[in-house]
Design a protein around this ligand. Structure first.
Ligand code: MG
Length: 336
């Protein structure tokens, strides 16, 4: 077998590669009974006496490296910090490994570092160690950045993908498809006609506000594969289904227009500043209000609820019902 682009595109094909080669050949995959590699959650945990250390790692290959709303530096910090955040842990630190192509512009490199610094300051995290390597220009496409995020949470308060319970409400913190669709529009040359931008941003402020209310049961950031992937993954890991009200899913008019032009489904493309969460029904309204008061949460909605069905079912705008399937791969390659 040969590895193809879809093996890195966050859907069923990538899951196959992870299960068949990575998980199969690694024997030590968790520490002290914490969340480990086999859990395939947003991050992992190392339980200590009173706290758990949460760790998540991500390499970034986004193309182009500068895009509307951000750049590879923004996404390298936000993406990793967000995976730590949706485990319920306050992000504290980042490690940063960069592989740069020979001939890369020093000015562009500085811009990327400054973008990283801006997100770090906003999210309250520090880059505490790093590594810099250079490869020959014909052997690497511009720059690859790998970051590891470290956070901390009180023991027993981690939020797993698998924590949904029947009757929970599902909250989505804002509009979907902005990152994937804006990136693809820009690549295809439609980017200058709309003001559509990536939603790349650190989500901790929304997560923190929701956690304070006390009813969150599960969280995930809907990155590669979009909400279609995130909702299905949470449902299947929790052994439940969902009923989603399509009318409640926030979608920008520009995203709908560009999706039609590009032939893409905005539910299947990446978001870089959103959270999907399960919340106890009696705390859902209060949690929604708390999220709406934060910097990125004003468009948050309760989009549905957890059922004892085995599928994620969408009640469509026309009143019918359809099953929302997880995509076999994110239709937009090199999206983060
Ligand atoms: Mg994630």
């Amino acid at each position: 077998m040969k590895i193809g682009m879809s093996h890195g595109a966050g859907g069923g094909i990538m899951q196959g590669l992870i299960s068949d080669i990575i998980l199969e050949n690694l024997k030590n995959k968790s520490v002290n009974g914490g969340v480990g590699l086999d859990d395939l959650d947003d991050g992992a945990s190392i339980p200590m006496e009173d706290y758990e250390i949460v760790v998540s790692t991500d390499s970034h290959t986004v193309d182009p490296i500068f895009f509307p709303g951000g750049d590879i530096g923004t996404i390298s910090i936000a993406g990793t910090v967000n995976d730590v955040s949706v485990m319920g842990a306050k992000p504290l630190a980042i490690t940063n490994a960069m592989v740069i192509s020979e001939g890369f512009s020093g000015e562009d490199f500085e811009k990327i570092i400054k973008s990283m610094d801006a997100v770090c300051r906003e999210a309250g995290v520090s880059i505490i160690t790093g590594d810099t390597k250079v490869m020959e220009h014909d052997k690497l496409d511009k720059i690859v950045i790998a970051t590891t995020g470290i956070g901390i949470v009180k023991k027993g308060e981690i939020k797993r993908d698998s924590g949904l319970e029947v009757g929970n409400k599902i909250i989505l913190t804002g509009s979907v498809g902005d990152h994937g669709i804006s990136l693809m529009s820009y690549r295809e040359g439609f980017g200058f006609e709309t003001d559509l931008q990536s939603d790349v941003a650190p989500v901790w402020c929304m997560v923190e506000a929701a956690l304070k209310v006390g009813g969150v049961t599960a969280m995930k950031d809907p990155t590669r594969g979009g909400i279609a992937n995130a909702l299905n993954e949470m449902a299947s890991k929790s052994g439940v289904g969902m009923l989603i009200d399509e009318e409640k899913i926030p979608l920008k008019a520009e995203v709908i227009a560009a999706s039609e032009m590009l032939g893409l489904d905005p539910y299947e493309v990446a978001n870089e500043g959103k959270v999907v969460m399960g919340v106890e029904a009696d705390k859902a309204e209060e949690t929604l209000e708390a999220i709406r008061k934060t910097k990125y949460g004003k468009d948050a909605q309760i989009i549905g609820e957890v059922t004892d069905n085995v599928h994620v079912v969408i009640e469509t705008l026309l009143g019918g019902k359809r099953i929302l399937e997880a995509p076999i791969a994110d239709p937009v390659p090199r999206v983060c």
